[in-house]
Design a protein around this ligand. Structure first.
Ligand code: ADP
Length: 255
């Protein structure tokens, strides 16, 4: 930004110089505001399951839970612990990505087998939801960070299953495009309302908070996808029709 702003400085002196400074401060303030919002969200999201866990545990330790309810309370505690774990994992992933992939190992990653392994790890979840998984396409290799690419495809497929309908399907496709390549994840699920589509990649943004929470979302999945794609210079395209399904395509540049 500064180098673009440098030419008007030369042309019209001090006044334009002041504009450069204002933009710099505004940008910094904006970043700081986002950081504060993120911290506030993180605290809130971490506190909610912790409050439930300590509440349940306290009642149990005081012997206030009738024996027939102990199983139910224990499984509530397990569920909240699982939510905390995925939140913490997502926050760690995001903060590593925020550091711009520093210290990560870059290698040649073959996308078709990466997608195969992601779908294998989601087989059980899909079976439970009665969602069919398909993979098609060709072998394509990109220079990237395997774990980050895995996380990216995993989050896309996990959402495609979570926000699907019983008997629906998820199709993953790896294909070439020009001298680059792309991964498309298409589902036959609930879709994303048009007025939410531009916001779902924001941190902690969920279309329906209570629904996402009930099906186990942290609100960070697509934000991790966005950062993971950016790290690899890839573009994301979202096409979604409410009630019919969503297709998210990640396009990698020429290798
Ligand atoms: P979450 O952990 O809540 O799934 P994400 O960041 O992965 O968070 O997604 C943000 C929101 O976008 C979700 O809460 C959901 O409302 C919507 N969403 C994401 N993927 C899909 C999809 N494939 N179909 C419908 N809605 C989706």
């Amino acid at each position: 930004t500064l180098s673009i702003m440098a030419s008007p400085v030369l042309a019209s002196g001090q006044v334009t110089g002041a504009v450069v400074l204002t933009m710099d401060v505004t940008e910094r303030e904006q970043r700081e505001k986002l950081r504060r919002e993120f911290s506030a969200n993180v605290s809130h999201e971490l506190k909610t399951p912790l409050t439930s866990i300590s509440g349940f545990a306290e009642l149990m330790s005081q012997g206030l839970v009738p024996p027939e309810k102990v199983k139910e309370f224990s499984s509530d505690i397990c569920r909240e612990c699982a939510r905390l774990t995925s939140l913490v994992e997502d926050i760690i992933d995001l903060s590593r990505l925020d550091e711009g992939g520093e210290g990560m190992e870059w290698e040649e990653v073959e996308l078709y087998s990466l997608c195969t392994s992601v779908l294998q790890s989601l087989e059980q979840v899909a079976r439970k939801q009665k969602v069919m998984l398909h993979l098609e396409g060709v072998e394509k290799t990109v220079h990237g960070v395997r774990q980050v690419l895995h996380e990216m495809v995993y989050n896309l497929c996990d959402n495609a299953i979570k926000y699907n309908r019983t008997g629906g399907s998820v199709s993953v496709r790896v294909e070439g495009c020009g001298r680059g390549c792309r991964i498309c994840v298409a589902d036959t699920g609930i879709g994303i309302p048009y007025d939410h589509q531009s916001r779902v990649f924001e941190r902690f943004y969920r279309v329906d908070k209570s629904h996402s929470r009930a099906i186990g979302g942290t609100g960070l999945g697509l934000s991790i996808v966005k950062h993971a794609a950016a790290l690899h210079g890839a573009q994301i395209d979202l096409q979604s029709q409410p009630g019919a399904g969503t297709t998210i395509t990640v396009t990698f540049p020429e290798q």
